[in-house]
Every structure is written in C-alpha cells, then in structure tokens.
Design a protein around this ligand. Structure first.
Ligand code: BG6
Length: 487
C-alpha cells in the first residue's frame, strides 16, 4: 500500500528551542520526512529560534548535522537535504527579554498561517505567549504548540492554561502528547468505531479486564534531574497511559471531530473511581550487571520517586462497572514493549468434557510498539483424533506485513506537526482534559508522599516488582509477559 499524501497549505512555523534535543531529534527530522513525502509546500517557511546568537547559515549547518545523525543515509539524498534546508532560517530571540521579537515579526508573512512551536521549558510558555501577543506577532488564526510536561500538578497546569489563554483561544492551543500521534494509538479508534465486530462486546458483560502496559528497557540516566522530580506517575501515567485508557474506555463520539472526541475522553477521566492505596504498586530499579541503580542514575540515595508503577483502576460508569483496568509502566524492564490487552470473559457454559489446562481465554491484544499489530487469542480444537481437546491460537496481524513497512515507520511527531498545520486538534489534549488528569493524579501522589512511602525494589531486566504480580493475582488474573509476542 502507498501512503496518500495531501499537501498542506503554505505555512510559517516558528520553533522556539530550535537548537534543543527535541527539535534536532524529532521535530526537524519529522518535518524533513514530510518534505521528502511531498507534503510540505514550496512556500513553507521554518524559522528556528533560541537563545544562541547564530545566523541562518549556522542554524542550517546545525540542522544538517542533526538530519545526518538521526535519519538513515538512504532516506536523505544530499539534494533533498539541501532543498529542505532552504526553507530554514534563524532568529535569535531572548524569550524573557526584548531581543529578536521585531526581527521575528519581519520574517513572518502577513497572509500566511503562523504556528509557534514551544519546544522549551514550561516555565517559558507564559513569557513567550505574552511577547507573541504584545508584539503583534500572534494573529487570530495563529497556533501555539506546547510540549509535555504540562504542569507538575493541577495547580501548575491551571496556571499554564491561564497564561496561554490570556493570549490565545483554546482552539489555537495544541498540547502535545506524542502517544496520540502513534499510528496504532489512532488505530484504537478505527478498530472500535469503524468495525461492528467489537463494539457489542465492549463492556463489562463481556470483558473481564483490560491490561495496559508501557514497558521500557532504558533507565533514566541522562534525565535524572527531571525524572526524580516526576516519577512514572507524572512522566507516563498522568498523560500517555491515561490517553490510552481514555481511547479504550470512552463512549463512541457522535462525530470524529476534535471536541466530540475530547468530550468523551474527559468523561472517562471524570468517571475514574478513587484508587485504594493497596491497588497501587510503586517500584525502583536496583543496580544490575550492566546498569547502575535508580539512586545512582538520579544521584539521590534517598529518592522516593518511582521508576515503575502498576495500578488497578475502576471506571465508574454503566459500561465498565465491574471491569478493572490494570495499568503498568516502568523503566529498566525486560523489554521495550507497549500493548493493550482486552481480556474477555469465559463463555457462560462449557459443553466440552475436557477442561483445557492453562486456558487464558479470548483476548484482543493491540500492540503499540514494537511490531504494531493486533492479535486475537482464540480457542480451537486441538488437531488429531484423540477426542475433543481444546487449544488456544493467535490470529495475528502485523500492520507492517498488512500495510507495508514504510507506512508504519512514520514518527508520531510527523503526524502531529502536520495536524497542527492543518488546524486539526483531535490528537491534542484540551485544557480541561489535562486538568482532569491532574485532578485524578494529585490525591494519589499526595497520599504516598504523605505516607513517605518507599517504592519497592525490582531487578533491572525483570517484569517489575513481585508486588505488582500480586496485584493481579488477588483478582485471580495474570499480567501478560512483557515483550512476549506469542500471545
Ligand atoms: C516521554 C517520557 O514522554 O515518553 C519518557 O518523558 C519516555 O520518560 C518516553 O521514555 C516514551 O516514549 P516512547 O515513544 O519511546 O514510548
């Protein structure tokens, strides 16, 4: 299958923090891929801006080096790289001061839609939004894009929203959660709402439980300072896992429009029941053969921050009463593997004489990464004349096999940036959505902070702490093995 490319309208894109890691690693390579695909119009203008005092030629050199570092050679022919770099220029701006704003204003075209991408610390969001507005740079149809972390708690998230909303309308604000840009994450909506097969079963009458796993094999080395102030709850659960939960649990929106989809997601967060302390397990990785401990990675031997968390949640509404949602995420686990497993109840009555040993039951497993795809665990007859014995098999579909490797290789940022330029907010978090997620997370964090609870240790390369296994076992259930592609 070949990707259909619909070029976007001409645009002016200003990237604040354009010399930073995210811009070099994701944003500019993402734009290059879209350029290579023919989606970026000839009139597109990308203006980098940062504190460093450099000129456009130096900026292009810096980005050229980034493209060479982060894109395979075969994907970046020299002439294409040169053509792409022609779209780039640089303005030195002091986000907190007066330098550069009038140059920026001059560099923008009056009739062209403007996008301001704030790839900077959240502490600068308010200052930049204000200067864009006071200097007459932001127009009524301008867009502003902000990166995670969007707040550290409800209060700080509200303050950020307030700062942005002073100068931009909600329809102009694009809060990125890069998980929403992942192909398979969007496929959750297609799977649920474009098929008639699953929706009748999508409720607590038929679904025993749901497991959402985002496992990482890397540690926090290199980002220890940030991470130790956040932990898995703030870094992953409040945003990425919460988004996955919303897409799995939400009611069908009446239309596929940004606000219809986001309205339904907010309702899921608001329906979450309070979580009992015993339904949360927090862990911290030990030192292993090839890695240092969490303490050493963050340089804080007394840290109480979790590098792993597992929890059991209940969505208190008509559809989901009685079906638990188990979430887990962590660093230094045995594999990088993210998936959602929807585990169905057993048939109401067993007509077969032989009980199947180790039966796991029907499950729909949606693999987010790697090897994106869907597996349906199904019970069939074991072949052979030896009576009626049952076994389980996987009906397995890898998206790369079905649709082509090249279609699945797009990075989340490519899609998200193009969506901003198109003015489509569906895959971005609305202000009330972010606040609802913090309002849910805050009391849980406050409870363990008040108890001064130490996370339990776990071995690097493992599936996490034993206590997390117990959390499942208590309900007579089991986690799926991490990274086990079998089924
Ligand atoms: C980021 C977190 O938002 O997501 C990181 O801050 C984490 O800690 C990353 O490693 C995971 O993203 P992905 O796309 O690699 O699963």
């Amino acid at each position: 299958m070949v990707a259909r490319v619909i070029p976007v309208e001409p645009f002016d894109l200003v990237i604040f923090g354009a010399t930073g890691d995210l811009a070099r690693r994701k944003i500019l390579p993402g734009l290059f891929h879209r350029f290579r695909a023919g989606q970026m119009p000839a009139e597109a203008k990308i203006i980098g801006s940062a504190r460093s005092d450099m000129d456009s030629a130096e900026f292009r050199d810096l980005i050229k080096a980034a493209l060479i570092e982060f894109i395979d050679e075969a994907m970046r022919p020299d002439d294409l790289v040169t053509d792409f770099l022609d779209h780039l220029s640089y303005v030195h701006i002091d986000a907190m001061g007066e330098t550069g704003w009038s140059e920026l204003k001059k560099a923008l075209r009056p009739e062209t839609t403007r996008t301001f991408y704030l790839s900077v610390s959240p502490s600068l969001f308010g200052a930049i939004a204000e200067r864009l507005s006071l200097n007459g740079i932001a127009t009524d149809d301008s867009r502003i894009v902000v990166e995670k972390p969007f707040g550290h708690d409800l209060e700080s998230a509200k303050a950020l929203n307030k700062d942005l909303l002073k100068h931009f309308d909600e329809q102009q604000i694009y809060r990125i959660d890069h998980y929403l840009g992942k192909e398979t994450v969007q496929n959750l909506m297609a799977l649920r709402f474009a098929n008639s097969l699953f929706e009748p079963l999508w409720n607590s009458t038929h679904i025993d439980h749901v497991q959402i796993t985002v496992a990482e094999s890397i540690g926090v080395a290199g980002r220890g300072g940030y991470y130790d102030q956040s932990g898995a709850m703030r870094d992953m659960v409040q945003n990425h896992l919460m988004q996955l939960l919303c897409l799995i649990a939400m009611e069908p929106p009446s239309k596929f429009t940004p606000n219809s989809v986001r309205d339904e997601k907010v309702k899921v967060i608001e329906a979450l029941e309070p979580v009992a302390t015993g339904d949360i397990v927090r862990g911290q990785y030990r030192a292993g053969r090839d890695n240092q401990s969490y303490f050493d990675d963050v340089g804080n031997t007394d840290s109480r921050t979790e590098s792993y968390i597992a929890m059991k949640l209940s969505v208190g509404n008509w559809r989901w009463a009685g079906t638990p949602f188990y979430l887990r995420t962590g660093k230094q686990l045995r594999d990088r593997a993210s998936e959602i497993a929807v585990v169905f109840k057993d048939p109401p009555h067993n007509i077969f004489p032989n009980k199947m040993e180790g039966r796991k039951g029907n499950a729909l497993i949606i693999r987010l990464q790697p090897d994106e795809g869907i597996t349906l665990r199904t019970t069939i007859k074991e072949p052979g004349p030896g009576g009626m014995r049952l076994t389980e098999v996987a009906m397995d579909m890898s998206f790369a096999d079905a649709l082509g490797e090249n279609l699945m290789s797009q990075d989340a940022y490519e899609r998200l940036i193009m969506d901003v330029i198109r003015g489509d907010q569906t895959l971005f978090m609305r202000g009330d959505e972010v606040e609802a997620a913090w309002a849910w997370a805050d009391p849980l964090i406050a409870a363990w902070e008040e108890a001064n609870q130490r996370p339990v240790p776990y071995d690097p390369g493992s599936s996490g702490p034993e206590e997390a296994l117990m959390l499942m076992h208590q309900g007579g259930r089991r986690w799926r093995p991490i990274g086990d592609q079998a089924f």
